[in-house]
Design a protein around this ligand. Structure first.
Ligand code: BGC
Length: 264
């Protein structure tokens, strides 16, 4: 099942400021041991394929496989594409709808034994990581991360503190939800050029900045690797910078959440 593995076997004894972060996506469940002093992974990432259908039980077993790969008994943070309140998944994006209503701590507690655990939304995790260690680290005040992918994920931080579950991809901008107007899937599905797509992204960012007045937008998701092709075409007021942690942001943010004792 493993499609990416560590060169050397990482240590099982947790360092004082280390945790395992696991990021559950539509195609892969990725994890790593994170050093919270630096925001960097200790050793390699490890990834298993997301089971299909991605039911709670099947995904929980995948998360356990990732954690056990690291032979890890310390704290574990998990980022999921769901809204989490009181430990319950309230929505499910790109994973099985059976997640809705699931008590995530009960589910993962059974798979992960007595390990300390935090679960949070995937964009929230990425936002926390970019805010502290990545593209947001030199900004004070309100920092807003947006992940452009199949949908649009959002995270809002104020001086490093997350407001969880903002779900701004579902805000109506004009006639449509933002993510039906400006996700990277919309670009692909409609064969838009970067400059055409930037017109739609600008409308969405203008709507967000009118309400939240962030100091900066951080653009995440795979398409942020091509930031030079579309960020220059944006016409909204607030600066937009590409995410810098790329495919480790969710892992790092999940580890931050458990070390901080965050339980949205
Ligand atoms: C979901 C969010 C999620 C984002 C990225 C959106 O469609 O509503 O909860 O963070 O996709 O996965």
């Amino acid at each position: 099942m493993s499609i990416e593995s560590a060169d050397d076997n990482p240590t099982s004894s947790p360092g004082p400021n280390q945790a395992v972060g696991v990021d559950v996506g539509g195609s892969g469940i990725k994890g790593g041991i994170v050093d919270l002093d630096t925001g960097e992974l200790v050793g390699e990432r490890y990834k298993v394929l997301t089971p299909q259908p991605a039911t709670p039980q099947a995904v929980a077993a995948g998360i356990r496989d990732v954690v056990e790969h690291f032979d890890w008994n310390g704290p574990v943070g998990v980022a999921l594409p769901v809204v989490v309140t009181s430990g319950i998944a309230r929505t499910a994006a790109n994973i099985d709808k059976a997640w809705i209503g699931t008590d995530i701590y009960e589910l993962l507690g059974a798979e992960l034994g007595g390990r300390r655990l935090s679960v949070l939304n995937d964009a929230d995790a990425a936002g926390m990581a970019e805010d502290r260690y990545g593209a947001g680290k030199d900004y004070k005040g309100v920092v807003m991360l947006l992940t452009f992918g199949t949908g649009i994920g959002s995270a809002i931080m104020f001086n490093g503190v997350l407001i969880p579950n903002t779900e701004l991809g579902h805000m109506h901008v004009g006639k449509k939800e933002a993510e039906h107007q400006a996700s990277s899937k919309v670009k692909e599905d409609n064969d838009l050029s970067y400059s055409e797509w930037a017109v739609e992204v600008s409308k969405v960012l203008a709507a967000y900045e009118a309400l939240f007045w962030p100091e900066v937008f951080i653009a995440g998701g795979g398409i942020s690797r091509k930031a030079h092709k579309w960020i220059p075409h944006l016409t909204n007021r607030t600066p937009v910078v590409p995410a810098t942690l790329q495919n480790t942001a969710g892992i790092v943010g999940a580890a931050m959440a458990v070390v901080a004792g965050l339980r949205p």
